[in-house]
Design a protein around this ligand. Structure first.
Ligand code: ZN
Length: 61
């Protein structure tokens, strides 16, 4: 048997611990090229541009 807790964690203590477990919505800023919402400091997933340069090769130029 592995490590087993000696005492049950109370509901209050358990729930207090879980106050830090939450999902956060990522920040979104409009892409300068196509206007789609994207995450800041990330390449745009729609047009593949970042800081005005083509980062991802496009199928249609
Ligand atoms: Zn874009």
């Amino acid at each position: 048997m592995g490590a087993v807790p000696k005492r049950k964690i109370s509901k209050a203590r358990r729930d207090r611990r879980r106050t830090h477990l939450k999902l956060t919505v990522p920040n979104l800023v409009p892409c300068e090229e196509c206007g789609e919402m994207k995450r800041p400091h990330y390449m745009c997933p729609v047009c593949g541009m970042y800081k005005g340069i083509q980062v991802r090769p496009q199928k249609v130029e």
